[in-house]
Design a protein around this ligand. Structure first.
Ligand code: NDP
Length: 241
């Protein structure tokens, strides 16, 4: 029997690649999304992976959504907290809405989802939680005070929950991608993008599949001795200690 996995924001971009990598490893995967029904329907028809729509920033919606998924595929062995948004702008102009939308979707969501699933993992003595943070949570990024704060928050969350889960067979790790070719990055101005690529020693954007492979590794049974880690996948753009 394959492990049961939930990937938030699993229908597009990096999440899509994570869903597929886990499926290719024999997992039963449920992919969640927020509102892009068209992309989700296309993803479902191309991959045969079930999709579920709710806002991961809403605690009660997470409770209901997880219950529905677990009713269909059983208790969750692997949770990937991947869903995220950006609302960029310089801090001196940042609105409270730009701040709180990002904190809610990118950081509250990690609590909202993990809180539903971690207790069962603990009781069953097995679990894998993988959080998708960002290079910009590691180094900070101008124009992204909100996003950098949320993504750095995910790293603290990962390190603390890893300590709580360790004796119960639950590992908690993070993957910190650099710039990856997805819709989120396509939204950037062409000049900004060229400037970013110029700073990447590998000389290109990353592919979503390269992050999918990192997650599949950390979510595998063989990674049981790795917990509280942050795996950087950024083409050498930022080499963290
Ligand atoms: P995309 O914008 O391509 O996809 C985001 C996915 O998350 C979509 O499936 C979207 O659903 C879902 N989502 C967004 N907000 C919510 C919400 N409130 N509730 C439920 N689902 C939600 O993003 P990427 O693939 O580029 O990014 C994925 C993750 O990787 C994010 O956490 C991002 O911060 C991180 N990251 C990305 C990098 C990059 O270069 N792309 C670099 C470093 C980190 P819907 O389709 O309905 O909109």
């Amino acid at each position: 029997m394959g492990k049961n996995a939930i990937v938030t924001g699993g229908t597009r971009g990096i999440g899509r690649a994570i869903s597929l990598a886990l499926k290719n490893n024999g997992c039963n995967v449920a992919a969640t999304y927020a509102g892009n029904d068209e992309a989700a329907a296309q993803f479902k028809s191309e991959t045969d992976i079930n999709v579920y729509k709710w806002d991961v920033g809403d605690y009660d919606a997470c409770q209901g959504g997880v219950a529905e998924i677990e009713g269909a595929q059983g208790p969750t062995d692997i949770l990937v907290n991947n869903a995220g948004i950006t609302r960029d702008g310089f801090f001196h102009k940042m609105t409270p809405a730009q701040w709180s939308e990002v904190i809610r979707a990118d950081l509250d969501s990690v609590f909202n989802m993990s809180r539903q699933i971690f207790p069962g993992m603990r009781e069953r003595g097995y679990g894998r939680i993988v959080n998708i943070t960002s290079i910009n949570g590691q180094k900070g990024q101008m124009g992204q005070v909100n996003y950098s704060a949320a993504k750095a928050g995910m790293i603290g969350f990962t390190r603390a929950l890893a300590q709580e889960g360790a004796r119960k067979g639950v590992t908690v790790n993070a993957v910190a991608p650099g710039y990856i070719a997805t819709d989120m990055v396509a939204a950037l101005d062409e000049k900004v993008l060229q400037g970013i690529v110029a700073q990447v020693p590998v000389g290109r954007l990353g592919a979503p599949e390269e992050i999918g492979d990192c997650v599949a590794f950390l979510a595998g049974e063989g990674a049981g001795f790795i917990t509280g880690a942050v795996l950087s996948a950024n083409g050498g753009q930022y080499i963290a200690a």
